[in-house]
Design a binder for this molecule. Sequence first.
Ligand code: NDP
Length: 276
Amino acid sequence: MSRYAVFGNPIAHSKSPLIHRSFAEQLKDSLSYEARLAPVDDFAAGWAEFVAEGGQGANVTMPFKEQAFRLVDVLSPRARRAGAVNTLMLGKTGQLYGDTTDGVGLTRDLERLEAPLTGARILILGAGGAVRGVLEPLLAKQPAALVIANRTAAKASALVEDFADLAGQGCLLSGGSYAAIEGQFDLVINGTSASLGGELPPLPDSLFSPQALAYDMMYAAEPTVFMRWASERGARVEDGLGMLVEQAAESYFLWRHKRPETGPVADMLRRMLAEG
Ligand code: NDP
């Protein structure tokens, strides 16, 4: 039986085993998928142990996305851009391939939600690993403007510099502090980890255009503080549960060349979250 796993530290809370086992069941595919803890500073050792046991591929979550990036033999172009790897695959000759599916996971979920993308004004909050990972697929949708705002403004400016070549002629890509945010946006994506601590970045009240979507990459049983704030200002709101399931589906496709249906799995997770 083919063996897969998710690596993290901590990892006990991970929904990935449930998601991938549900995909396998749906597709009548024979595989095992487990959660594995690796030492914080030695992901390579954890991976080598798994390979010795017959492991063929893995997802990688916090704090290992950068260590995995450094470990692989062959990087996909999108993983190179993102500077992170969330999907590992062992090739037939023993080469290790690394890819990232977070970005495509977000854009698939945004498409499901019929979010304004092409020609839209998009604001992204945050400039960490998650935001770096989603910029390429978002820019590929050719928005009219993409603004990155971050607490540490220099990190937003650095991302603008790194991705300027992908912005193309029609897209105004810019970045800076929260205080510098100007105008209204059709889509506002919270890619900060502020929601984890129940915090909200300092945002102007008149942020949303009519019918705007506010999307928090974080998910929880209850709407996040960002979602509540956005909802009170008239925006449609969504959390990152769909992104989680879509990035998993893309990893599954890379390993198994089969595409699972994501809707039923997202619905099951949503029900489980609500039941606690
Ligand atoms: P990083 O640690 O790389 O970056 C954190 C970002 O959040 C930085 O931009 C940081 O700003 C900002 N930040 C942290 N605390 C605050 C605060 N109190 N106020 C304002 N800004 C703050 O984290 P990641 O990029 O890896 O993850 C970000 C979020 O995305 C997490 O909530 C994570 O759960 C979520 N995520 C969801 C996924 C999904 O599938 N749904 C996939 C990947 C991530 P500064 O630079 O100034 O420190």
